[in-house]
Design a protein around this ligand. Sequence first.
Ligand code: SF4
Length: 385
Amino acid sequence: MELQGIISTSDLLSSKLLKNTPIGLYVHIPFCKKKCGYCDFFSIPITGSVPKEYIEAVKSELGENEYGIPVKSIYFGGGSPSLLKPTQIEHILDSIKYSFSLCGEIEVTVEINPEDVNFEWLSDIKKLGVNRISVGVQSFSDRELEYLGRRHNSSKAKLICEWVGKIFDNWSLDLIYGVRGGTIDDWNENLRTALRFNPPHISTYCLTIEETTPLWRVEGAHEVDEELNLKLYKLTHKVLTFEGYSHYEISNFSKRNKKCRHNLIYWRNEPYIGLGAGAYSFVPPYRCGNPKELDAYISAPGKKSEIDSLNIDIIKKETLLQHFRLKSGISERYYYDRFGSSIWEDFGEKLNKLRKNKLVSVRNGTIFPTMRGFYLNNEIGLEIL
Ligand code: SF4
């Protein structure tokens, strides 16, 4: 396909493809102190903090250019961004501020591992402009934490949630359900404990054990109890919506005005730039990836190891699929303004089938997933693709 000379992050940013579209910036920190048992993410075990060569590489990925492109969110993910020193976060933020124009009060999130941080670290990064924290609690049960191979225990998780809640008014807590041997009561207890800290946002994920993970090597295939997982999913919806959370995305719940603005960019299939080893960028029509090999990344920061030029049909389908992860769905108007065609002309037959199967509903020009469409979301995917 014609790639119009795109081989690096700065080519993407200089290409005028983004014009004045506000984007999200993702910064990948691919280091962890130890690999968790279920981890299928790109992360490399290290001792100590993040190597300074890596920080320099992330900064030079942007080059010394002032792109002037508006940025509406910055997200430090991993791996464990909580292994960064506050000064390292500051250096990366300074480079970003130099190269982009920040859109007013932007969301700046850092993912943290409870075992990595203390009160002072949290206070320091707040002073740098970080205004949202995502805490990887996963469970408040010591048995489950041990099974998952997490480094922290339940008391540490509780202490960190208390500190984060004192310092930040926007933060999220991650929990995992479907852990072997876990009961409905165990999960209920996890949710109740989380609620004691009144987090403005909660993400709940079902445990999957991929063949590449340490847990798979110990256990072999993990028997998934679909029936129990569905009960846990429904319980989560019931408990959290009763407590005033909006179930705004398949796995995510938020209080008013506390949705994750960065992840909404992915769920709306809007453009983003990923910095760091293994990070992906989406600047329509291009989807590009940086190499996962650390040496390859550091020796040529931002040079792409994968570049796909997507055709418009794929972009339309992916846009629909991503929006059907959201309770708000997609409006006919939004689709028309973005693609210049009618959603019903492009997908009428498929949408009617989904409607008939009660996976989506239509109201006031908006098509959105039903609760059944939430927990059978893969069926929507199969139909659209
Ligand atoms: S902290 Fe996250 S990225 Fe790191 S090993 Fe554990 S699951 Fe993987």
